[in-house]
Design a protein around this ligand. Structure first.
Ligand code: ZN
Ligand code: ZN
Length: 224
């Protein structure tokens, strides 16, 4: 089986639980955020972009706080610049400022561009999804994908909205339908076994189906 490096990453991620695209994207965004925070002196363009976005979006800002806050210094340097620019752009507002000045301050607070980590995430997602669709014509790759929990609904929709490769997309949807058919059966079985009449039956594979259903519809925790 001959795979691109991205397809190979996917193939390895097929061995893990949950949407393989989410898993690789979470990892890539982690490294992106880590480099922005740790190499704060070397990334003036990225800092400019983060200031223009008025900071990272809630998902990515909280990932920094929870996962990368070992470098509180990097966070301090980055966010000092964000707060300083917000204050400067708003102008001096006093209790006597008129409505127009307050409205100007309000519009100055609007982000002027998207969260740079979201931009990075979207590029990585598109790249991974394109590789997923393109390599399904390789039986070994398709067979390994079939054994996974499938990709999450947001990533499936994103894959289908991309241009090109209608045959690859049909293959993706058909595998995904088989995976969701099994998920639906597991959920129904879970429900049946929770009925008091069958309460003495042990849970099997269906035991994890409620969590898999949540992950399957929104993606892995931390992705959005
Ligand atoms: Zn996903
Ligand atoms: Zn973001």
């Amino acid at each position: 089986m001959k795979l691109s490096s991205r397809a190979h990453e996917l193939f390895e991620a097929f061995k893990l639980d949950g949407c393989p695209v989410c898993r690789l994207v979470l990892d890539s965004v982690y490294h992106y955020l880590d480099s922005v925070i740790y190499e704060y002196v070397n990334k003036p363009a990225t800092h400019e972009a983060v200031r223009a976005a008025r900071g990272f979006c809630p998902t990515h800002a909280w990932r920094i706080q929870h996962e990368i806050n070992a470098s509180a210094l990097g966070v301090a340097v980055l966010y000092e610049g964000i707060v300083r620019h917000m204050l400067k752009d708003m102008g001096d507002i006093t209790p006597q400022s008129n409505r127009r000045q307050v409205m100007q301050a309000a519009s100055a607070l609007e982000p002027r561009q998207e969260c740079p980590a979201c931009t990075h995430q979207r590029i990585v997602e598109e790249h991974l999804l394109r590789n997923l669709v393109d390599y399904l014509d390789q039986p070994g790759f398709a067979g390994a994908f079939r054994e996974t929990d499938g990709i999450c609904l947001p990533h499936l929709r994103q894959a289908l909205e991309m241009g090109g490769n209608p045959a690859g997309k049909a293959h993706l949807v058909s595998i995904q339908q088989d995976i969701w058919t099994q998920l639906q059966q597991h959920l129904a079985e879970f429900r049946r076994k929770r009925d008091y009449q069958y309460a003495d039956e042990d849970m099997g594979e269906e035991g994890s189906s409620p969590r898999r259903a949540i992950e399957g519809t929104v993606g892995l925790s931390g992705i959005r």
